[in-house]
Design a protein around this ligand. Sequence first.
Ligand SMILES: Cc1cc2nc3c(=O)[nH]c(=O)nc-3n(C[C@H](O)[C@H](O)[C@H](O)COP(=O)(O)O)c2cc1C
Length: 331
Amino acid sequence: MRQILTEATFAFTIACMPVINEVVLSVWDAAWDRGEVDALDTLLHPDYSRESAGSSTVTGLSDLKKDILEVRAAFPDLRTTIDKLIIDGDDFAIFWTATGTFTGPLGEVPATGNRVQTRGSNQGTFRDGRVLHERVTWDKSELLADLGVPSLRSAFESDLSDLVVDNLSGTLSTDELKGFNRQFITGVTVVTTKDAKGGPRGLAVNSYASISLEPPLVLVCVQKTSSTYPTLFQAKYLGINILSNQQRDTVATFASKEPNKFASLEWHDGPQGSPLIDGSSAAIEAEIKERFQAKTHTVFIAKVTHTELSDAVPMVYKAGGFFDGASLTEL
Ligand SMILES: Cc1cc2nc3c(=O)[nH]c(=O)nc-3n(C[C@H](O)[C@H](O)[C@H](O)COP(=O)(O)O)c2cc1C
């Protein structure tokens, strides 16, 4: 086991430059593999800065410590290997591999239990024998991408103020956008999954859209505050039921927070176990392929693996109500 170097031993080490490699390896091991982030104090310069190549964000020592602890909390079995360390005068490059199991939340992203292997590199410069600046090819967003959770913006931004979009004449209010959305006529779906105990879970969703027929991709957007969301996020498959005109009570049930929304329903398992609701106009089961982070919502993109069609007339919904008896005029 490598030793963590104290300030005194570090000063001695810097005097003997050939062992700087050992210092870097020792501090890296302490910080990333054991969570002893204060070991970084000996290696990083007081003016240390860290630039992410992907997002171009620049952070400092305290952010790095926070990030390491957050990643380690999400991946308690994290193991890193330095594949190559090159030091040339005041320049260095580190190439590394990390593996771990995603068992705790990372930012707003719930754990999936997936095992991930990720690779990255840090390039930087020393000043007075300490790391002054480094440019990293990897950050938490990259890690999410490795987990199949690419971020549309950042999943780690806490400031939601830019949810209100500036337009040319001033600021667009939430009410104006709500007004626009209320004019959009949709069907209503119930998106379903099963929890760890095999219990059926689901919520009413009208953000369904078909993306493409070949490959057969669809999407739904689900609010992160939904009680179904953590289960859905961990699922490999989901069910999407297009409700029929006869299922208006079902909308109210699945737009609620009732603990057992399936109690008075007839439903059956899709081939992969997703709950499909009897009497729906149509139902599909789909394999979740992407979980894009979009601030308050996650956009699930899924590949359809199973379809069920019926003659039941689909529900037509506009905010606050249902359309009755309108006949269909062909295009
Ligand atoms: C017609 C209709 C459409 C809805 N569409 C969505 C949607 O697309 N995404 C979403 O996250 N919530 C949507 N909701 C709201 C959820 O169904 C609602 O928040 C529900 O209580 C969530 O349940 P849960 O917290 O038990 O998962 C919709 C509600 C209705 C009535």
